[in-house]
Design a protein around this ligand. Structure first.
Ligand SMILES: Cc1cc2nc3c(=O)[nH]c(=O)nc-3n(C[C@H](O)[C@H](O)[C@H](O)COP(=O)(O)OP(=O)(O)OC[C@H]3O[C@@H](n4cnc5c(N)ncnc54)[C@H](O)[C@@H]3O)c2cc1C
Length: 426
């Protein structure tokens, strides 16, 4: 069969890998001039590694991703470390990366709250019954079982940070999935995620997959028994097409989809993201901390501050210290229209809270990455609202972050859903 895949992110490339191995003729259309999608990165001439546009790491539980890397014979390039994750309490940062540290965290006191925190954490780690949890919001469930103080100190800031005004609508299985699947050891690829994506693309090309970069698809239409794909580079017919973009974009690209499927696509909600990457002359966290969970109600202008070079050595970046400051935001938020310099001015006072010595002249260079589609919002009973991978249009398939569930989206699940789509298409 002649198959087109729209998008050279991890989902599209994983699907291409399996479809090509099954003997199909596969072409990937990618609008950008690079592969890797949301997990792509960039590199300065004096860096040996790339940095991701949006901070990325793997968990040890990312078996689909690690399994694929193994199949590609690249497992020796995966590096796992245990960098320090921090939580704020009364203007002081505390390590929050192990059960012992969680038990020592003073934000919960040392009485009943700590016991409730422990039991709720244990229950969520042990249960597999996410179907029961998706019937209720995380806000209601946590308030009831973890209690007001534990919820407000620990979990509510996380929900607000990720989902902003929708935080009360997110279902409890999302929270379950985060607690269940995450590990304290975090992984990356030698050279950065872009290096992995490039090696994967190289492998696909060797196998005979055609990857067309700067080939933005404009429409997919039914034409007798085929699907015609119109891109910036012309029109071409395929037996089957897999789309890996956002639901909104699929709705625009494929007008032949019936009304109920289109409605389902358009009702899915998601958050965007804005992430600033800074190359600094000095390290921001004197203590060597990697990840700071920043509670928005403390007045910080971002949700996460991540000193990447406390995870990957600054030597790989010619001595530059790489820091990310990022946030999940609703479309239309002012950060989407602010210039890079305006955003930097907004962030500088916050950087000084992490290190009072920080000054403007520490900044060697900044980059700001923005995306409308960063984090799907799973509402109550979300499993009933997920569009099928096989769409009602004959030959047209859809595999996106919005169908990753009950797990929280990530490259691991992009690989999983891409491979699932490939199995359905064969
Ligand atoms: C801030 C942030 C932090 C994250 N952190 C992590 C993390 O730590 N670990 C982790 O594993 N994951 C993380 N993720 C999630 C991860 O990046 C995604 O789950 C994954 O990359 C999704 O892959 P995908 O192939 O489904 O989609 P995408 O990567 O979005 O790929 C879709 C591709 O389609 C292309 N495209 C769009 N429109 C067209 C068109 N019209 N024609 C042709 N091509 C088109 C796009 O350019 C893109 O390359 C993070 C994401 C964000 C935003």
């Amino acid at each position: 069969m002649k198959i087109a895949i729209i998008g050279a992110g991890y989902g599209g490339m994983a699907a291409a890998y399996d479809l090509r191995k099954a003997g199909h003729d596969v072409t990937i259309f990618e609008s950008a001039n690079y592969v890797g999608g949301l997990a792509s990165g960039f590199k300065e001439p004096h860096w040996n590694w790339s940095v991701e546009k949006f901070y990325h790491h793997w968990f040890q539980s990312d078996s689909e991703m690690l399994g694929l890397i193994h199949e590609l014979g690249l497992e020796h390039k995966v590096q796992f470390q245990r960098p320090l994750t921090m939580m704020l309490h009364k203007n002081k940062w505390y390590a929050f990366d192990s059960i012992i540290n969680a038990l020592l965290f003073p934000g919960l006191g040392f009485g009943l709250n700590k016991i409730r925190f422990g039991f709720v954490g244990l229950f969520l780690r042990l249960t597999n019954n996410w179907k029961a949890l998706e019937k209720v919001t995380a806000d209601e469930w946590m308030m009831k079982w973890a209690g007001k103080q534990v919820y407000e100190q620990m979990w509510k800031p996380l929900l607000i940070g990720k989902f902003g005004p929708y935080y009360k609508d997110v279902n409890m299985s999302w929270m379950w999935a985060r607690i269940k699947a995450r590990t304290t050891r975090l992984g990356t690829f030698e050279g950065g995620f872009q290096k992995f994506a490039d090696l994967f693309a190289e492998k696909l090309r060797e196998q005979g997959v055609e990857i067309r970069l700067e080939a933005k698809v404009e429409s997919i239409k039914q034409e007798q028994a085929k699907l015609s794909v119109r891109s910036e580079k012309g029109i071409e017919s395929f037996d089957k097409v897999l789309v890996t973009t956002s639901p909104n974009l699929l709705a625009k690209l494929a007008p032949d989809l019936p009304e109920n499927y289109l409605k389902g696509l358009l009702e899915l909600k998601s958050m965007g993201a804005v992430v600033m990457t800074l190359a600094l002359k000095h390290s921001l966290s004197k203590e060597g901390y990697y990840w700071f969970n920043v509670p928005k109600d403390e007045g910080y202008p971002f949700l996460a501050l991540v000193e990447h070079t406390n995870f990957v050595s600054a030597e790989n970046f010619g001595g530059d210290h790489i820091v990310y400051a990022g946030d999940y935001l609703e479309l239309g938020h002012e950060y989407f229209s602010m210039s890079d310099d305006e955003l930097l001015e907004r962030f500088i006072p916050a950087f000084q809270k992490f290190n009072p010595e920080f000054s403007r002249d520490w900044v060697r260079k900044i980059w700001v990455s923005k995306t409308n589609y960063a984090q799907p919002i799973p509402l109550v009973n979300h499993s009933k609202n997920i569009p099928e991978i096989k769409t009602p249009v004959e030959g047209l398939y859809f595999a996106s972050m919005s169908q990753v569930y009950p797990w929280d989206r990530g490259t691991n699940f992009a690989v999983e859903i891409g491979r699932k789509a490939a199995r359905l298409m064969k």
